[in-house]
Design a protein around this ligand. Structure first.
Ligand SMILES: *Cc1c(COP(=O)(O)O)cnc(C)c1O
Length: 397
């Protein structure tokens, strides 16, 4: 086999790999608690499903315009105006096959050899690989859990060079649950304008926030920063629609046009049926969301409380998304049956083996001191999994 250098440079998504492993063990009859999941455990609302069924019955099953049907673009324009105080025209919007695809199109449209892309760590697993796939260099900017993993001015400044093309910002964050407040966003926006780099703002978890936090889009902080921001959002998390593959991007017209050209030569339009469902998701009743959020909140409080009560574990309280990201590094160097646990990978393997509990090692997100547990699973499962985790950790000596 003679694969390209590009193909050889790329690793499969470790979160999807962990999820697949847990599902395979479960299918083989093992009683696995799966904290590896990266999707809501809620069903897509009925009105959205009905819209899709109607689309099929009406024969809306052919190619559509590459960047999405007009009706959907108009709904996306309204979403940005109503939710984010952002005014875009339809030619500043493109709909893609999930937000991951939106991000990939952006990477293809903007990055090339010599470009540096700043990514705060811990980061979503996909960002560095998408940068590498487009021959640019990821530049990782460290953060501190004492500041809830917020990217601080000095840490950002230190990474800016003449080659800096963009910063990838994810708020609320997967995996840390950090959500940026206005003041922090203003500081970052000011740097982007001064040093003239793009901000790619992944806002996929915007609807999933707690403790009264209100998401702010960095693009809404002024015309100068808006010109340099490409906003990514979608329906996977907000409307429990991971399988439908709908993501959207808003940004400067020339970038959207380049992304549309790339999409026209790669995937063409997102599924016609999913687009009709997406119109209903954006235009229809939104009362499904607060119900889902309050259930996530209940689980969040339980999980964070439990984790912090376990000896050797400390966990920052997340303000958004549906993940806990505890520091477990005090377990490293300890042993079970003669085998030493030295890394987040060792610990995850141990917990899967001994506690039948699947989670994702922090290494995948750029910080080995941590592990990621999703609370997009029932409270009953969470209790069971944390009981097992606590017991397994207590066996390490
Ligand atoms: C889930 C997720 C996405 C993308 O989801 P899609 O299903 O591709 O729309 C993007 N960014 C982050 C941080 C995510 O967790």
């Amino acid at each position: 086999m003679r694969l390209s250098d590009r193909a050889k440079a790329i690793k499969p998504s470790p979160t999807l790999a962990m999820d697949a492993k847990a599902k395979a063990l479960k299918a083989a009859g093992e009683d696995i608690v799966n904290f590896g999941v990266g999707e809501p455990d809620f069903d897509t609302p009925e009105n959205i499903k009905e819209a899709a069924i109607r689309a099929i019955r009406d024969g809306f099953t052919k190619y559509t315009p590459v960047g999405g049907i007009d009706e959907l673009k108009a709904a996306v324009v309204d979403k940005f105006r109503n939710d984010n105080h952002l005014n875009y025209e339809k030619d500043e919007i493109i709909v893609s096959c999930g937000a991951k695809h939106s991000l990939y199109n952006i990477a293809e449209a903007l990055f090339g050899p010599g470009d540096e892309v700043i990514i705060p760590s811990p980061y979503w697993v996909t960002y560095p690989d998408q940068v590498i796939l487009n021959d640019a260099t990821p530049v990782i900017a460290g953060t501190d859990e004492k500041n809830s993993f917020r990217l601080e001015h000095d840490a950002l400044k230190e990474k800016i060079s003449g080659r800096t093309k963009a910063l990838i910002l994810n708020t609320p964050s997967n995996p840390t649950g950090l959500a940026y407040d206005r003041k922090s966003l203003e500081a970052i926006a000011e740097m982007a304008v001064r040093h003239d780099f793009y901000i790619i703002s992944d806002e996929i978890y915007e609807k999933l926030t707690y403790d009264g936090f209100r998401h702010i889009s960095i693009a809404s902080l002024g015309e100068e920063v808006k010109k340099r921001t490409i906003v990514v959002n979608g329906l996977s998390k907000s409307h429990a629609m991971t399988g439908w593959r709908i993501g959207f991007t808003a940004g400067p017209k020339d970038i959207i046009k380049a992304m549309t050209n790339i999409q026209s030569q790669s995937t063409s339009n997102p599924a016609s049926i999913s687009q009709k469902a997406a119109v209903e998701a954006l235009r229809g009743p939104q009362d499904f969301i607060p119900g889902m959020v309050s259930e996530f909140d209940r689980r969040r409080k339980y999980m964070i409380g439990r984790l912090n009560s376990i000896k050797g574990v400390s966990c920052v309280t997340p303000v958004g998304a549906f993940y806990a990201f505890p520091d477990v590094s005090s377990c490293y160097g300890k042993k079970f049956n003669g085998t030493t646990i030295d890394t987040s990978l060792d610990l995850s393997a141990y917990l899967l083996e001994q506690a039948k509990t699947a989670l994702v090692p922090g290494m995948a997100f750029g910080d080995d001191r941590f592990i990621r547990l999703s609370y997009a699973t029932s409270l009953e499962n969470i209790k069971k999994g944390l009981d097992r985790l606590e017991e397994a950790l207590s066996k390490l000596t």
